[in-house]
Design a protein around this ligand. Structure first.
Ligand code: SAM
Length: 214
């Protein structure tokens, strides 16, 4: 069963191969420099959702070097809007700027260096988002989500990656390595809250994807 799942996952990853040189080199760089980026299968699903609602203004929490951001920015720009993306690590933020410049869309978008917990409250409350991608520190997901909710337009979508944290969220507490127990406990509480109070779907593919609609 699990072998079938792994095979299917490999098949999907290959199927969604990215044919752009900049993107390909970013995938290689992320492997070499240990920068975690979105998997191709989750990326494709995210693009499908953002395009489906013709997302104009998009917020990303966790830019890294701009891989997912470049796709989101192009969707936002095509719809007459922009991507706002926040990254805490200065080196990654600078690399993301370089990558946005290479693709020629740096000026049209807004790359912020800083802690999202401090930067989100500074965003203009009158300029709401249609699509919010949460992809930063998993222990803070519930805080990011709560801070962003008021910035989301009606019918907007919050897309949350890695919400099942390597499948550990579905394990009993004793099976979870001690160093991850706090993060896993917080993610479980977050999922419970989303499930009880919001229009939410949890998809156990990739590293677990959560979708919330307003
Ligand atoms: C999984 S990576 C993002 C990958 C990126 N979205 C992509 O798919 O190309 C998570 C990033 O979030 C950043 N991060 C972690 N905590 C953060 C915070 N509080 N505010 C802003 N960025 C944060 C990390 O430095 C890291 O680069």
């Amino acid at each position: 069963m699990i072998e079938n799942f792994i095979k299917s996952s490999e098949y999907t990853q290959k199927l969604f191969d990215v044919d752009d040189e900049v993107m390909k080199s970013m995938e290689i760089e992320s492997l070499n420099d240990n920068v975690p980026i979105i998997s191709r299968e989750v990326l494709n699903f995210m693009i499908f959702n953002a395009k489906g609602i013709r997302a104009k203004n998009i917020l990303e929490i966790g830019t890294a070097t701009g891989y997912s951001g470049l796709f989101l920015a192009q969707i936002a720009n095509e719809n007459g809007g922009q991507l706002t993306t926040i990254e805490i690590d200065e080196k990654r933020h600078k690399k993301a700027i370089e990558n946005f410049k290479k693709v020629g869309i740096f000026e049209k978008n807004h790359l912020i260096l800083g802690d999202a917990l401090e930067e989100i409250p500074k965003l203009n409350k009158d300029n709401k988002f249609d699509f919010i991608f949460i992809d930063a520190a998993k222990g803070q997901y519930i805080k990011f989500f709560t801070m962003c909710w008021n910035l989301l337009n009606e019918n907007g979508i919050v897309f949350i990656d890695n919400i099942m944290f390597r499948g550990l969220v579905s394990e009993s507490e004793t099976e979870v390595p001690k160093r991850y127990r706090t993060i896993v406990q917080r993610l479980k509480e977050f999922i419970q809250k989303l499930n009880n109070e919001f229009d939410f779907v949890l998809l156990p593919f990739g590293d677990g994807v959560g979708l919330v609609r307003k």
